[in-house]
Design a protein around this ligand. Structure first.
Ligand SMILES: Cc1cc2nc3c(=O)[nH]c(=O)nc-3n(C[C@H](O)[C@H](O)[C@H](O)COP(=O)(O)OP(=O)(O)OC[C@H]3O[C@@H](n4cnc5c(N)ncnc54)[C@H](O)[C@@H]3O)c2cc1C
Length: 392
């Protein structure tokens, strides 16, 4: 059995950012991550960072995003075949950054290696021990199948939506607010130049599409599909037919096509688990909440949670009073629920549910038109998308 001060379960963006902040404070900790570093580096996920998330990374000493990220000053809403730009800087005084989650992870993992942090890859936590005591712990298994025990002053569950820390809690001790959506995204990575300089969110009679970017040579695109869709049998030509039909309009806009290198189906859920503190264990990021990807909030919420948790832990280390840990849930709750609302609102406004009536389809277009015609409406979207100001 080993001991440390903070045991962080999960070495994704949330776990590794917390590790970096604790390292700078000289707080002893261990990160246990089930996957290999290589596997995480090659898993395509989020791509948009709010300005506050960029500030948090830069403040933690991770500033590659400023050089290699792309600052986006707005997005385009496209409906009835026409573009309507939402000018974030003009409306909310802030921008967002296109910087893939894989790059965020690589920066954090490189930093952890440079710091000499104790990150254990391929270390899978299987059980939580004495969560309510003053010396909680976890049981974990290494890559060779050997079992170990790690005890800590506090456990942090940064272990994503299938969180062991969350799911080993009895149902009676947690409340789960959840919503399922009747659609999913068919996502691709394509080798091609950009089709548009900024993200294009498209609502059409054929369904939703999002045209996003990655690099000068590779782009990310999605279109709405059935949650049970199997992406493998889809030929490239059929995928392009779907995407081109959704963005088509009188302005003749066409996507730049190229070889499709990756494809996957991403199911949607909205979930919030409360409370986020149980004894000496706390949940952050996707372990505590998930959002549909439409508002680009998942990664941003995870990083925002960590900034607040770090602040709370600093006070807790100084005071030693366990009630201080409750501050964490109180301080993150408002942002979490705002992001839940924003993501659900964007999702419903832009997607057509199966069996949608013609009335509902026209009502959604009217909602989009009203939003875009009103400066207050555009500002509401701009403020939400850019993240409502600073994190703390
Ligand atoms: C396919 C996909 C696409 C997405 N696209 C977008 C997007 O476009 N925009 C957006 O904003 N968000 C998107 N998200 C959400 C975003 O990626 C997450 O919100 C973000 O990763 C949350 O970070 P996290 O550190 O909390 O969790 P994660 O990144 O999930 O990290 C959790 C880590 O814990 C590890 N772990 C899990 N169980 C254990 C265990 N038992 N023991 C040890 N380690 C464990 C996992 O291996 C993982 O590395 C997407 C998510 C998915 C799944």
């Amino acid at each position: 059995m080993e001991r440390t001060r903070v045991a962080i379960v999960g070495g994704g963006p949330a776990g590794l950012l917390l590790s970096r902040l604790l390292h700078r404070d000289g707080v002893e900790h261990v990160v246990l991550e089930a996957r290999s570093r290589d596997e995480i580096e090659h898993t395509t996920r989020a791509g948009i960072l709010e300005a506050g998330a960029v500030d948090a990374l830069v403040a933690a000493g991770l500033d590659r995003v400023l050089e290699d990220g792309d600052e986006h000053e707005g997005i385009v809403l496209r409906f009835d075949g026409e573009d309507h730009r939402i000018d974030f800087v003009g409306l909310a005084g802030r921008s967002v950054w296109l910087y893939p989650q894989t790059a965020v992870f690589i920066d954090l993992a490189n930093q952890a290696a440079a710091d000499g942090t104790d990150v254990r890859w391929q270390a899978t936590v299987t059980d939580v021990l004495d969560r309510d005591s003053g010396h909680p712990g976890v049981r974990w298994t290494d890559v060779d199948g050997h079992e170990h025990e790690l005890r800590a002053d506090v456990l942090v569950g940064a272990d994503g939506s299938r969180s062991v820390l969350r799911h080993t809690l009895p149902e009676s001790e947690r409340h789960t607010y959840a919503h399922e959506y009747p659609y999913a995204w068919f996502g691709i990575i394509v080798e091609a130049r950009r089709s548009a300089p900024e993200l294009v969110y498209t609502a059409s009679d054929h369904g939703f599409a999002l045209i996003s970017q990655r690099t000068d040579t590779h782009q990310r695109m999605y279109f709405q599909c059935d949650p049970d869709e199997d992406p493998d049998p889809w030929e490239d030509a059929r995928i392009w037919e779907q995407l081109q039909a959704r963005v088509a309009g009188p302005d003749g806009f066409r996507l730049v096509e190229g070889p499709i290198e990756e494809r996957s189906v991403l199911r949607f859920r909205s979930v919030v688990v409360e409370p986020v503190r149980h004894g000496r264990s706390l949940l952050v990021g996707d372990a505590a909440h998930t959002v549909p990807p439409t508002g680009a909030k998942g990664l941003n919420l995870a990083l925002a949670d960590v900034v607040v948790l770090h602040d709370v832990l600093t006070t807790w280390f100084a005071k030693g009073d366990d009630d201080v840990l409750d501050e964490f849930g109180r301080r993150v709750s408002e942002r979490v629920w705002r992001a839940q609302h924003f993501s659900a609102w964007m999702t419903r406004m832009l997607h057509s549910a199966a069996g949608e009536t013609p009335f509902e389809a026209r009502r959604r277009v009217a909602e989009l038109r009203t939003l875009c015609a009103s400066e207050a409406g555009r500002r509401y979207l701009a403020e939400g998308y850019t993240g409502w100001g600073s994190i703390v």
